[in-house]
Each structure stands twice: as structure tokens, then as C-alpha cells.
Write a protein that binds this ligand. Structure first.
Ligand code: PLP
Length: 471
């Protein structure tokens, strides 16, 4: 049997808590967390002492310090800010769109004060939460009516559930999209109680394919924007207006899931074209769904716009209650939509468009400005240089288009050890405000398109040296 260390000298939970150090910790953090930390620390010590005959029991102040750092770790927010230098502007895993100041202020107000969410204060029939944004949405899309829900997945689900449950829904085989794993058209259809009826082929679908598939059990025709892929080559799809005509002839609703659905013509800002809800409505769609936190640049939500009678039916559906938008995001959404009244100012006022339209030369200049600081902070570990890179819009919007950008490439020093770039990336992620870059061909690339708070970024760089430890 191995001899055990100094276990007998370990203080009891009570003794540690009622010691001078314990009392201080209880005052600072409260007894509940302290008790949990003390138990954890003492259990750890007991295990350590049991395993090592020569181990000594730490003094009370050392144990108290261990408790304090345990509690600090517990209290550190799990959800926190990071620097998105990934090059993907609307990064789903980093929370997509950043809200403009006006929207943040509106959200804060709605959080802290009572609001007329479903209360008609002025006799203008504002007893309905959608009414706060409906006028903006109809103005900006040309639709007759609008409903807002939790996200676009909910919008698609609710539209299908309310309009076509227990019926067949026709979709082209070229549009059976999967977005980021959890949103797949066939699955969402099934969960909405609709029977997916695939039409045409992967690369070519013709009007007659739809016409032939329509029968007594058809409940709707659906068009899905192929937001994260493109089919090239020998292809054919049915024009929206033609699909709308077929739907109308058979008295079926045409649902168009646009995915991102920007409210402005992106080409006017020098960006690639992305279909807008206004175009989809003009082309005859009866119901159009899109996200609030993609190109629109607002909070996470799903927008459903379209024909008055169909929107009314969607709004009446009991599932809408389960999927509805809360007051905080509704307030933010209204503030964002208001900015669209002045589209010419959007590249200044809306962070998403501001970042998407940043000229490459400006990003290069920014890179030149901070290169010396990065080079100094990573000296010994990597060499730093300015590189041109390609940003992506992200969130499935315009997947095949990239935006010319710039940043800093960090090449790990010495031999190209495998994992050297990963270690470097991990060191940047371990900073107080984690820096998220991307690894490409053994280098860590920091794309600066989304770096706005340069000062905060630079001011923590000196800590890299501490975090790196021994090479
Ligand atoms: C992004 C996207 C969705 C899902 O939208 P969320 O707002 O993420 O729920 C659905 N359909 C398409 C075509 C999309 O691009």
C-alpha cells in the first residue's frame, strides 16, 4: 500500500468557511458559491494527498485562494464578446448581424420599461405585436401584410404548417436545401406535417413538371432560394413569374423561402445581386419568408410577408404563439427597419452593410497600421505580414461570391510543425476577448474586414506572450 500524504491536516469545510479568509470570500461572493467551491477544492486536495505520500496540506490562505479562482471561473460569463477576424461577416456561430446603435438603444428600453407590445394606446388598433413593424415591412417589400416570428426556420415552418398541413407541397429537386445541418427542407416539411413532392431533376426543372405534379392533395408550391450552393452547367429552372402563374391557375399558394432576403438592391452598393422580397412579391409569390439577422442586419427573427388572407391565416394559427418574437427583438427590428427609410445612409448606419462595403484599400491601410504591434506581440513565434484575402458574406448569402479584403498572415516560426498554426490560433482565442481567425495552408489569417474596435484589439496583444508559455 502506498502511504498517503498529509490528509489529516486538511481543514473541514466549516473551518475553512469560518476562517478569516473564508469570511472575506463569503462577503464577496455569497455563501452558496463559496460552499460549492470549498467542497470542490477540499475534494481535489483529498485526492491529491491520497495519491502522493510526500504531498503536504496547503495552508488555509492557499486553499482560500484556490476557492476564489474557482468561483471567479464560475462567474466568468459564458456568452461573451469576441473579435471576428474570420473573414465571414455574417458568421452564424458568432451571432450573425451586429445591431446598429439605434436598435441596441431600443432593445435596452424595451427590456427595462413596460411597452405597448400588445396594447392599443392611441386607438389606432395597435393591439397586435406585429403592428409595430408591419407598416415598415409592407412599405419595404410591397407585400400586403406581415408576421414576424423567431427566425426564418420558424417562418418557413409556420407558413407550411398553417397553409399546407396534411397536403402535398411541390418543390424542385434542385432546391432541396440544407442550411448548416439543422435546417433541411425535407425535414422541415415533414415536421410541419406536409408531404414533400419533389418535382423535376437536380439540374433541370420545367413548368410542365409542376403542372403534372399538381393533384387533389396539393396544398402549395414552394420555391427555395439555393442560398449556400450554385448549380452550374446544363441547368433549367422555372422562372418565378411562371411558377406564380401556375400556382394561380390552380388556386395554390406560392411560398418563396428567400433565406437572406436583403431589403435593398445590393448592386447599388457594389455587391453581387441577392434576390429581394420586393422582387419575389412582384414576381407573384403569395408568401415570402426571410431572416432578420442575415443581410437585413437586424436581430434574429423570421419575417413572413405576403397576401393579406394568407398572412391572416398564418397569424391565427396556434403555433404562431409558440414561435412569436419577443418585445426586445421586436423593438430592435423596428429600429433597424426605420433605417431603411434612408437607404443612402445604410453603409454608415447599418453595421452589416458598413462591413460588407468596406473597400479593400481601407482594410489594407488598417492592416499596415497594426502590423508592427502584431509582429511585436508574436515575435519569436511567428512572422507577420500583410496579405490580401477574400471575405465571405456568410450565413448562406451569396455563397459563391467573395469580397476582396485584407489582413495579417502569421506564419509559425521554425519548421512548419503540424499543429503550429493551431497552437497560434489557440493563443489568440485565449486572449481576454478571444480573437477568431482562420487557418489556411499552415498560417493563421486575421481578416480585418470586421475589426472596428482597433484600440481594444491592440491593447490586449501584449498578453499573447504570457499565454504562449514555453515554445
Ligand atoms: C438561412 C436560411 C434559412 C434559415 O434561416 P434562420 O433565420 O437561420 O432560421 C432558411 N432558408 C434559407 C434558404 C436560408 O438561407
Amino acid at each position: 500500500m502506498t502511504k498517503q500524504g498529509d490528509r489529516a491536516s486538511l481543514p473541514s469545510v466549516d473551518r475553512l468557511i469560518s476562517s478569516a479568509e473564508g469570511a472575506q470570500l463569503a462577503e464577496r461572493y455569497g455563501r452558496t458559491l463559496l460552499l460549492e467551491a470549498v467542497r470542490g477544492v477540499l475534494a481535489g486536495e483529498r485526492t491529491r494527498l491520497a495519491a502522493d505520500a510526500n504531498a503536504r496540506c496547503p495552508a488555509d490562505d492557499v486553499l482560500a485562494a484556490a476557492c476564489a479562482s474557482r468561483i471567479e471561473a464560475l462567474l466568468r460569463p459564458s456568452l461573451r464578446a469576441v473579435f471576428n477576424l474570420s473573414g465571414t461577416v455574417l458568421h452564424t456561430n458568432l451571432g450573425r448581424a451586429l445591431l446598429p446603435e439605434a436598435a441596441v438603444a431600443a432593445a435596452v428600453d424595451a427590456m427595462a420599461r413596460p411597452v405597448n407590445l400588445e396594447y392599443d394606446v392611441d386607438g389606432a388598433a395597435r393591439g397586435e405585436r406585429d403592428s409595430h413593424v408591419e407598416a415598415w415591412l409592407t412599405r419595404l417589400t410591397g407585400a400586403e401584410a406581415a408576421v414576424v416570428v423567431n427566425n426564418n426556420a420558424a417562418a418557413v415552418y409556420l407558413a407550411l404548417y398553417a397553409l399546407a398541413r396534411r397536403r402535398e407541397v411541390l418543390v424542385s429537386r434542385g432546391e432541396l436545401v440544407e442550411i448548416g445541418g439543422s435546417f433541411r427542407i425535407p425535414d422541415i416539411m415533414a415536421s410541419a406535417g406536409c408531404k414533400l413532392r419533389e418535382v423535376g431533376t437536380t439540374n433541370r426543372t420545367h413548368p410542365q413538371d409542376f403542372v403534372r405534379a399538381i393533384g387533389t392533395s396539393t396544398g402549395a408550391i414552394m420555391k427555395v432560394h439555393t442560398s449556400n450552393y450554385a448549380i452550374h452547367g446544363f441547368t433549367a429552372s422555372v422562372a418565378e413569374s411562371e411558377l406564380a402563374a401556375i400556382a394561380r391557375q390552380h388556386a395554390l399558394p406560392l411560398i418563396n423561402d428567400l433565406g437572406s432576403g436583403t431589403l435593398v438592391d445590393l448592386e447599388a452598393f457594389g455587391l453581387p445581386h441577392e434576390p429581394t422580397p420586393r422582387e419575389a412579391i412582384a414576381n407573384g409569390a403569395d408568401v415570402v419568408t426571410f431572416s432578420g439577422d442575415k443581410l437585413l442586419g437586424g436581430p434574429q427573427c423570421g419575417l413572413i410577408v405576403g397576401r393579406h388572407d394568407l398572412i391572416a391565416k398564418i397569424r391565427r394559427n396556434p403555433m404562431r404563439r409558440a414561435l412569436r418574437l419577443d418585445k426586445i427583438r421586436l423593438a430592435a427590428l423596428e429600429a433597424v427597419l426605420r433605417l431603411y427609410a434612408r437607404p443612402e445612409r445604410l453603409t454608415r448606419d447599418l453595421p452589416t452593410l458598413r462591413m460588407l462595403t468596406r473597400p479593400q484599400v481601407e482594410i489594407r491601410n488598417q492592416a499596415a497600421g497594426i502590423l508592427p504591434m502584431i509582429a511585436k506581440a508574436t515575435a519569436g513565434l511567428a512572422t507577420a505580414r500583410i496579405v490580401d484575402s477574400m471575405s465571405q458574406i456568410g450565413s448562406g448569402a451569396l455563397p459563391v461570391d467573395t469580397l476582396p479584403s485584407a489582413g495579417i498572415a502569421l506564419t509559425p516560426r521554425g519548421k512548419r510543425r503540424s499543429g503550429a498554426a493551431d497552437a497560434l490560433a489557440a493563443a489568440f482565442r485565449a486572449l481576454p476577448v478571444p480573437v477568431i481567425g482562420r487557418i489556411s495552408e499552415g498560417e493563421l489569417i486575421l481578416d480585418l474586414r470586421c475589426l472596428s474596435d482597433e484600440q481594444a484589439f491592440v491593447s490586449q496583444l501584449h498578453q499573447l506572450a504570457l499565454l504562449q508559455g514555453a515554445p
